[in-house]
Ligand binder design. Structure first.
Ligand code: DGL
Length: 272
């Protein structure tokens, strides 16, 4: 069988939280993970930079044999996915597919809220793009969406401070701001792939009855469903259960922190 893994791309480690959930549901496929750690974080970068870096990553994953690539990064999904799908794919590889992590969540979340008020916690870049607001409104026009950018949360996670007392301050601050902006929110989306590591802490600052939505499992189910609905794409993804990990940083740096996100140790190679 020809090696044609499903490409999983993130600016760094966060996409591993998505891959972990995807593997639980459809472990039979081959997955090639690429983390652009040398240029992370993407959250505070311009549209132009995120688009250029993401397109470079997608092209590289195509060169490795991927026919399907998941942008397992909210910032890349928000700032680069649409342009890549509409402008680049038809020219580069019309038979290949690139999917993101925002759409699957926005299709679900409107069915979860009872108050019709949703809160989004994400990077500054994702918030500025308005992608969550636009996509949720497309499916659920009557729902109110309030966003809160949490620029300190990715550095806290990356520096292994997500469980520390110091992190409490920043988590409490953003939860407080979100609910001060809209007290009727009953459903909160973790719109960044790093945030599942802060989930326990975030839950402690939420009132009871608030639903916290982590995107990994939703993205995983949506991908499994996509492959069932598109057998022609599924047939172009190999199924040897193989895993490969690449980073633009030195492998040792990636391997050291990856275990926090992936839940087990892994072996990484340098991209390029
Ligand atoms: N993975 C990114 C996301 O989901 C967060 C990290 C970054 O800012 O690069 O938005």
């Amino acid at each position: 069988m020809q090696y044609r893994p499903i490409g999983i791309f993130d600016s760094g480690f966060g996409g591993l939280t998505v891959l972990k959930e995807i593997e639980r549901i459809i472990p039979q496929y081959d997955y090639l993970y690429f983390g652009d750690n040398a240029r992370a974080p993407y959250g505070s970068r311009s549209f132009e930079a995120v688009y250029a870096y993401t397109l470079e990553a997608v092209r590289w994953l195509f060169d490795q044999g991927c026919h399907l690539v998941i942008l397992a990064c909210n910032t890349a999904s928000a700032k680069a996915l649409r342009t890549i799908q509409q402008n680049d794919l038809p020219r580069l590889a019309p038979e290949k597919r690139v999917l993101g992590v925002i759409r699957p969540v926005t299709e679900m979340v409107g069915k979860m809220t009872r108050s019709r008020h949703i809160g989004i916690l994400a990077t500054a870049g994702t918030v500025a793009s308005q992608s969550y607001v636009i996509e949720i409104k497309k499916h659920f026009p009557e729902v109110n969406v309030t966003q809160e950018a949490c620029p300190m949360w990715v550095p806290l996670v990356e520096n292994n401070e997500f469980d520390s007392d110091g992190a409490d301050y920043f988590v409490r601050q953003h939860i407080h701001r979100l609910f001060s902006a809209d007290r009727l929110i009953d459903t909160v989306v973790l719109g960044c792939t790093h945030y599942p590591l802060l989930e326990n802490k975030i839950s402690r600052f939420l009132s009871s009855g608030i639903t916290l939505v982590s995107q990994g499992i939703i993205v995983a189910k949506s991908l499994a469903d996509y492959l069932l609905r598109h057998p022609e794409i599924a047939a172009r993804c190999s199924t040897l259960g193989r895993r490969d990990f690449y980073s633009s940083e030195t492998p040792e740096v990636f391997e050291r922190s990856a275990v926090l996100f992936y839940g087990r140790s892994l072996s990484c190679r340098k991209m390029g």
